[in-house]
Write a new protein. Structure first.
Length: 363
């Protein structure tokens, strides 16, 4: 097998950790000796042990003189565990093939330099684009102090999320809804607005048996703390973390009641949209969130788009037309000229039962 094929195997391993390794990135590692795979590993739930450590543990003495294929440059500083560069050097690995360079300020090339200094041959940039895509949320936190935001939309063909009578269950079919649960499972947190909480009383959990090893964080944008204490989100807060983004000056009694029920409250500056969403994303990044799935109504979608915070769109569209009196996927957010409209490019499209899923990324 070629270097690229072994790196594809490492990427497949990294994908298993998506949504479960925050604040660390999801990384995959394959150890090869004499053309045969002797070790495999990916970042463990919670972020440790790292992929390299897990793969080396499987390989044991067979790692000596072998090649390590790693989707991300190994760390070279001591955090809660020792540097992965030390583990690779001590294992006797003779060659390391890397995908992406680590954007973390404490690594960013130092891992490669350390390995080369120890006499290990280092090959950079194998399937670089694919490996960088795998850590895109982690990289955004390093560069912009905010997580990657994927906006999920489930609409009719004409972009409506509900009828004029507010009926929305279910626009899309069971196949599409199952994919949404899998999508939740690959993100650190899911975000919604208080309007959706009041209207639909959602759980916002990943209900695929065995899909996640760590709980999914549920985040509500709720400027005035209107989230009901008897809502499914609050009642499940001790089992599935619930964080509420609210504006300064919120009612103290409501704050205390929600906190006593297990919710984590994050105070933000106010804005014309209720809370400052940019500040909210910074706060979430500070709390360790790197990948965020936004599932709300038209108000939340408009707020995120207006603030330039949407990096990806997952658009589930059903083969029906609701009409102009239905509720739009995004409320108006001040676009007067086409040149001011946020632009996205199609990445993929596939059929799910009678529905279609189109994935876009920001241009």
């Amino acid at each position: 097998m070629s270097d690229e094929n072994f790196m594809r195997a490492a990427l497949a391993l990294a994908r298993r950790g998506l949504g479960q390794t925050a604040p660390n990135p999801a990384v995959g590692c394959v150890i090869v000796k004499n053309g045969r795979t002797v070790g495999r590993g990916f970042t463990s739930p919670g972020g440790r042990p790292h992929a390299e450590v897990n793969a080396l543990a499987m390989a044991g003495e067979q790692a000596r003189g072998g090649t390590a294929y790693v989707t991300l440059e190994p760390c070279d500083f001591k955090g809660k565990s020792g540097p992965c560069t030390d583990a690779l050097i001590l294992s006797g690995i003779s060659r390391v093939v890397l995908g992406a360079q680590d954007p973390h300020a404490r690594v960013n090339g130092s891992g490669m330099a350390r390995l080369r200094g120890a006499g290990i041959s280092v090959i950079e940039g194998v399937l670089r684009a694919e490996c960088e895509a795998m850590i895109s949320g982690f990289a955004l936190v390093q560069r912009e102090q905010r997580p990657l935001v994927r906006l999920k939309l489930a609409t009719s063909l004409d972009g409506r999320i509900a009828t004029s009578g507010r009926e929305s269950k279910w626009i899309t079919g069971p196949e599409a809804r199952r994919v949404v649960h899998a999508m939740r499972g690959r993100h650190d947190a899911v975000l919604t607005g208080v309007g959706t909480v009041l209207e639909d009383n959602p759980e916002l959990t990943c209900r695929l048996e065995g899909f996640r090893a760590v709980p999914l964080v549920r985040v509500v944008v709720d400027s005035h703390l209107r989230t009901p204490l008897l809502s499914k989100l609050v009642r499940g807060a001790t089992e599935h973390p619930l964080w509420i983004l609210h504006r300064d000056g919120a009612d103290k009694l409501r704050r205390r009641a929600l906190e006593e029920a297990g919710a984590k409250l994050i105070e933000l500056p106010s804005s014309s949209a209720g809370v400052d969403l940019q500040a909210g994303m910074t706060a979430l990044a500070r709390e360790g969130i790197t990948r965020l799935l936004a599932e709300g109504g038209g108000t939340l979608a408009a707020g995120l788009l207006r603030a330039g915070l949407v990096d990806r769109i997952a658009w589930f569209h059903a083969p029906c037309v609701i009409g102009g009196d239905g509720y739009p996927a995004a409320q108006g957010f001040g676009v007067a000229k086409l040149g001011d409209a946020p632009r996205f490019e199609l990445v993929s499209s596939r059929q799910l039962g009678h529905d279609m899923l189109s994935q876009f990324k920001r241009v």
